[in-house]
Design a protein around this ligand. Structure first.
Ligand SMILES: *[C@@H]1O[C@H](CO)[C@@H](O)[C@H](O)[C@H]1NC(C)=O
Ligand SMILES: *[C@@H]1O[C@H](CO)[C@@H](O)[C@H](O)[C@H]1NC(C)=O
Ligand SMILES: *[C@@H]1O[C@H](CO)[C@@H](O)[C@H](O)[C@H]1NC(C)=O
Ligand SMILES: *[C@@H]1O[C@H](CO)[C@@H](O)[C@H](O)[C@H]1NC(C)=O
Ligand SMILES: *[C@@H]1O[C@H](CO)[C@@H](O)[C@H](O)[C@H]1NC(C)=O
Ligand SMILES: *[C@@H]1O[C@H](CO)[C@@H](O)[C@H](O)[C@H]1NC(C)=O
Ligand SMILES: *[C@@H]1O[C@H](CO)[C@@H](O)[C@H](O)[C@H]1NC(C)=O
Ligand SMILES: *[C@@H]1O[C@H](CO)[C@@H](O)[C@H](O)[C@H]1NC(C)=O
Ligand SMILES: *[C@@H]1O[C@H](CO)[C@@H](O)[C@H](O)[C@H]1NC(C)=O
Ligand SMILES: *[C@@H]1O[C@H](CO)[C@@H](O)[C@H](O)[C@H]1NC(C)=O
Ligand SMILES: *[C@@H]1O[C@H](CO)[C@@H](O)[C@H](O)[C@H]1NC(C)=O
Ligand SMILES: *[C@@H]1O[C@H](CO)[C@@H](O)[C@H](O)[C@H]1NC(C)=O
Length: 748
């Protein structure tokens, strides 16, 4: 590390960054131990760092790779550039480290340089913390944080273990533990509790040991973030409090929030302490002070969402302005440098309430422009920055949301995530970052990489070359990837990854994950579309190319990227086939006799539906990333090692199961976060479809969805509290050979 003058040190700490390259050296040590001595990192031009990050990579006379950059984020992004573009290796979420598949790296004949086009690269949706990382261990977080650093992310949300501080605040105002713990939600539902959509926990109470465990994680997470050049965004006090607040503070001015998604009042209508109440500022100051004591002075960014899918008490403009003004003043009183970070989702989801004059009133309560940062959460499909005139001048981030609830369809909008952010940059002077706000981290990793790389390119990325290079490193290993792999991804680039019909505007869902019905399943549009937006025969072609690649190059069967991708693509193929057979069944059923599905005409499609589900389960079972048990075991393993371990583990398992199925005690948003996972298909979706088919055939009266769902609900409720289920795992190549001869790849 080069000598850094004291004034530059001060300049850099003013933006909350560490000035030691030790963190990135440790990253290399973790991921590339055999090459660690070959990399050198140096911070240069730090004092000139105004907005954009930049790096220069070169080979030294001693044969080392030298990465110079003006920030730590520039250094890790520069390292990634060398690894992906020169060494042709990469690091993935799910699959993890593939940087070490080659024994030697080439030298550079000329230096390579790069510059970000925006100062900030943001990561996380508030709900990713529940849909994806709810049950992560430190080792999972280490993978995630290295991935983020390498991809140039420098502004991540950091709200694991928030409840630690919250519980202390509530205790300080005199709430009893009983009043506090009946307010907190279960481990799989904390995100929605934190911004006032839900309160309380069904199926059991959150144990304090969970809060302690998450807090221990958070301490490590924020320290690692800082070490890797990321500025964590910490939570501010939102105002959502237990109902009993008025017992502890009789004078507190409170209102109830709105009802969320049909939950009973016990679990929603969360009590909101009005920000102009003097107690609000006191709690805000304590909240921020406590975090500074716990984590150090590491950030000036605070996340605070008051009205996420939760409408204000009134739409009165003066009221809205006074709310944000008091909120902002409370944050500034606690930290004079504070910047309030807010998800702009409310302006999309509750657009009827949030008219432009209300948005303007609410945002104008913060009268210093740079004290706010707004995440335009769904920029690729439903941007709000144009209609709000760039949030009336407040800084904002262009974000790709891409999927809801971690749904799993293959999907992307490669045109919109390359062309649109560049256009936005030249049309909005307050655009300061690009970011990822996926509800769940799922498949489709290429479209997340693409936007993060777009943050370092001032012209829209050429996706044809991008996909080609991505494939080269994706399957890096024993030998060079067969041509068939490039052809497969080129088909996907033009089909699944090039959706331009924005009636389907996010990752699609498979109808096999939905409550069976004789209508309303296929061709759904919107956030959880079931429409197949491309010619389905293209998926068969893709599958065959992928499969044939392993016939040419059998080492692919043991390549983790290939193992993952062929399962994911087969999943899509079978999902499409399922829809086709379902449509056939329904049209035959309706044409012949709507009260009778026992006739021979429907026999083939009925059998096919159940066969597809059995095959699909087998396919998914070959890979740990597609198994229900992975999710459940992660949840159970976080229970402590004491006598009631099994009771707490059972509660965690109930949470894990409930989130991906009924999502609520009574199926309030059933199947929202559905997953095509082995074990879930065989033990949940397959029985539901078998019951449906049975219902169709056995009923002597007209099909009745209400009656069917009543029958179904007993089964679904029983499934929630199962434990100790054991599933079988198949072998990848055997299953793929079976799929090949099954006919799904040719017809149906
Ligand atoms: C945190 O660090 C910043 C930048 O050095 C400084 O302005 C601020 O006063 C510090 N805050 C606290 C609470 O120490
Ligand atoms: C540092 O500044 C010099 C002079 O402006 C420039 O040539 C070099 O590329 C810069 N390096 C980085 C990593 O920004
Ligand atoms: C940062 O990058 C953008 C996009 O290339 C450019 O317009 C801007 O001038 C750069 N800012 C600085 C301070 O160099
Ligand atoms: C509540 O308000 C009443 C009337 O303004 C006042 O007399 C009382 O002292 C307040 N109580 C608390 C705990 O602040
Ligand atoms: C909950 O909110 C809904 C509006 O969303 C309202 O009609 C209902 O009265 C509220 N219930 C309670 C207990 O606040
Ligand atoms: C912002 O609001 C504060 C108090 O709410 C006021 O003192 C200040 O003058 C305002 N600044 C501007 C630029 O309007
Ligand atoms: C994506 O679709 C758009 C609109 O149909 C088309 O103009 C563009 O060429 C397509 N891109 C690819 C890679 O197929
Ligand atoms: C990009 O998104 C906009 C909506 O903001 C839509 O009108 C447009 O068709 C999309 N373009 C492409 C290429 O998908
Ligand atoms: C869905 O749309 C496809 C293509 O437009 C059509 O063939 C099919 O019949 C539709 N299915 C339903 C159930 O409406
Ligand atoms: C179907 O069967 C029912 C009961 O057997 C009968 O009433 C009805 O007319 C039949 N409908 C058609 C379209 O054949
Ligand atoms: C349904 O079809 C089966 C076989 O075709 C036939 O035996 C039965 O009578 C039919 N039932 C009704 C209610 O139409
Ligand atoms: C459908 O089933 C429900 C619940 O069993 C029942 O209340 C309703 O009357 C039935 N509808 C018809 C049209 O039979």
């Amino acid at each position: 590390m080069k000598f850094i003058a004291i004034h530059t040190l001060l300049a850099a700490t003013a933006i909350g960054l560490s000035l030691s390259t030790q963190g990135i050296q440790s990253l290399v040590q973790r991921r590339l131990p055999d090459h660690a001595h070959n990399f050198e990192f140096s911070l240069v031009n730090v004092s000139q760092h105004v907005t954009n990050d930049s790096y220069v990579i070169s080979s030294t006379s001693e044969g080392k790779i030298l990465v110079e950059g003006n920030t730590l984020s520039a250094l890790s992004k520069g390292l990634h550039r060398f690894l992906t573009d020169v060494a042709e290796v990469d690091f993935y979420w799910f699959i993890g480290n593939r940087l070490n598949v080659k024994s030697s790296f080439p030298q550079l004949s000329e230096p390579l340089s790069g510059q970000s086009i925006v100062p900030w690269r943001y990561h996380f949706n508030t709900v990713t913390f529940s849909y994806t990382s709810a049950f992560w261990t430190w080792s999972d977080w280490e993978t995630q944080l290295d991935w983020m650093a390498l991809h140039g992310i420098n502004l991540p949300l950091a709200w694991v273990g928030v409840e630690k501080v919250l519980v202390e605040l509530f205790q300080e105002v005199g709430l009893t533990d009983d009043e506090i713990f009946t307010f907190l939600s279960g481990p799989a539902f904390q995100a929605w509790n934190r911004f006032g959509n839900i309160q309380g926990s069904w199926g059991g109470r959150l144990p304090y040991t969970w809060i302690e465990g998450q807090f221990e994680l958070q301490k490590k997470i924020v320290a690692r973030m800082v070490e890797l050049g990321m500025t964590p965004i910490l939570p501010a006090f939102t105002g959502f409090v237990p109902r009993a607040i008025t017992r502890a503070l009789p004078n507190a001015t409170v209102v109830n929030g709105s009802q969320w998604n049909g939950f009973q009042a016990e679990y929603t209508n969360v009590t909101f302490l009005q920000p102009f109440d003097p107690q609000f500022a006191i709690l805000q100051k304590r909240s921020i002070e406590k975090q500074q004591q716990l984590y150090g002075n590491i950030t000036k960014f605070y996340t605070l969402d008051q009205y996420n899918e939760n409408d204000p008490y009134t739409g009165d403009l003066a009221y809205l302005k006074s709310i944000s003004q008091s909120t902002w003043q409370s944050i500034k009183a606690a930290d004079p440098d504070a910047v309030w970070v807010m998800q702009g989702w409310l302006f999309t989801s509750n657009a009827d309430f949030w008219t432009n004059d209300r948005i303007e009133a609410y945002l104008s309560g913060v009268n210093s422009t740079t004290d706010m940062l707004i995440l335009d959460l769904f920029s690729e499909s439903s941007p709000q920055w144009q209609r709000t005139n760039s949030y009336f001048g407040k800084p904002w981030v262009w974000c790709q949301l891409h999927n809801y609830g971690g749904n799993m369809g293959l999907y992307g909008q490669i045109e919109n995530i390359t062309v649109n952010p560049i256009e936005a940059l030249s049309n909005s002077s307050s655009l300061v970052g690009f970011g990822l706000t996926m509800e769940g981290q799922e498949g489709n990793e290429i479209v997340y990489d693409l936007l993060l790389d777009q943050a370092w390119s001032s012209t829209p990325i050429d996706t044809e070359a991008y996909f080609y290079n991505w494939v080269t490193r994706r399957y890096a290993g024993a030998s060079s990837p067969p041509q068939a792999l490039y052809q497969a991804w080129e088909i996907m680039r033009a089909t699944v990854y090039n959706n331009t019909d924005l009636t389907t505007n996010a990752v699609s869902k498979s109808i096999l994950e939905l409550t069976p019905s004789i209508s309303g399943l296929a061709n759904r549009t919107g956030h959880h579309a079931t429409t197949v937006t491309y010619d389905p025969s293209m998926m068969k072609k893709t599958w065959y190319l992928l499969y044939s690649a392993a016939l040419v190059e059998p080492s692919l069967w043991s390549n983790p990227s290939y193992q993952y991708d062929i399962v994911d693509i087969t999943r899509q193929l079978l999902s499409n086939a399922f829809t086709l057979h379902y449509n056939t069944l329904m049209s035959t059923y309706k044409a012949t006799n709507a009260t009778n599905a026992t006739n021979a005409d429907t026999n083939t499609s009925r059998q096919a539906l159940l066969d597809i589900l059995r095959t699909l389960d087998k396919v998914l079972s070959t890979n740990t990333h597609f198994r229900l048990t992975t999710w459940i075991n992660a949840a159970r393993s976080l229970a402590p090692e004491w006598e009631n371990k099994s009771r707490i583990a059972d509660f965690y398992e109930y949470n894990a199961r409930n989130q991906i199925t009924l999502w609520g005690p009574q199926g309030e948003i059933s199947d929202y976060a559905s997953k095509s996972w082995s074990g879930l298909v065989s033990s949940y979706y397959l029985p539901r479809w078998a019951m449906f088919i049975n219902h169709l055939s056995s009923t002597s009266v007209e099909y009745n969805q209400t009656a069917f769902e009543e029958e179904l609900r007993d089964f679904e409720l029983e499934w929630q509290s199962r434990t100790g289920e054991v599933f079988e795992y198949a072998k990848l190549k055997d299953v793929m050979d079976e799929v090949f001869v099954s006919g799904y790849t040719f017809s149906g």
